[in-house]
Design a protein around this ligand. Sequence first.
Ligand code: SAM
Length: 292
Amino acid sequence: MKSSGALSVIELFDEGLHSGVNLALNVEKVLYREKTDLQDLMIFENSTFGRVMSLDGAVQTTEKDEFIYHEMFVHVPLLAHGNVRRVLIIGGGDGGAARQLMKYEDIAVTLVDIDRTVIELSKKYMPSISGGALDDPRLDLVIADGCRFVKETDQHWDVIIIDSTDPHGPGEVLYTAEFYGDCKSCLAPGGIITTQNGVPFVQESELRQSYDRLGALFADVTFYQAAIPSYVGGDMAFGWATDEKSHRSRSLAELAETYMNSGIETHYYTPEVHQAAFALPLHVQKILTREA
Ligand code: SAM
């Protein structure tokens, strides 16, 4: 049911995503709030993060720190692969990953998001995040459940970016072994899958579960990290899965040359940060090997 009536005045956005931990953000102004058929969507203004989008009470993206998340989500697989022409984004309705992908000239992007409202409101209230990418002729926009889409498609992609919400509500199916298996079926040879895999310090079981499920399917599975200021609990993890082990053994010089030749402009990503992001601290390694 869609919520009706005037936007209620909320002084504080309180994200209680993880037990015992809360992230509180001052709400200067609620710009939009709607319970779509699928998710509770809110967009509000915060003096530090700019405009903030939340879904079902969890921060999704903010104007001020989205560049870190979307640059690392996109440029690490693309520059490691070095010859990407087709990318599938599952989720990503805010358009941030799509905007980073459109920095590459010769690219075709399919974006599959279950909730059209997220896309429409991101364009309306947070246009800097998508930067027009959601209307770019190189992008094919599909409104569907990503889990069903990969099961039914006969297309293939070089990179699949699973830019999903956390494993609750409609996002839950995007962490299943079945979904990962279907993603593998539509991955081109040498392709790479990356996932939004939460914050290891407060989402240990999700990390381990993705590691096990992807590990059963791919030759090279690990995570790389970046600190997203609006995600509580420390560095977040991006899942990495591919059968092509050479992608992760590219030298810094090779990465730097690919980055320079790409001509893309970044504000967080550098080849050095790319390489360092895969150096997992011991406590995260121990989560994966169940020594934690
Ligand atoms: N950066 C965010 C994070 O770290 O959680 C993710 C951002 S993006 C807005 C998440 C998107 O996943 C939303 O647009 C949501 O509609 C979409 N989504 C959730 N479940 C989905 C599903 N089963 N199929 C396709 N899209 C889905």
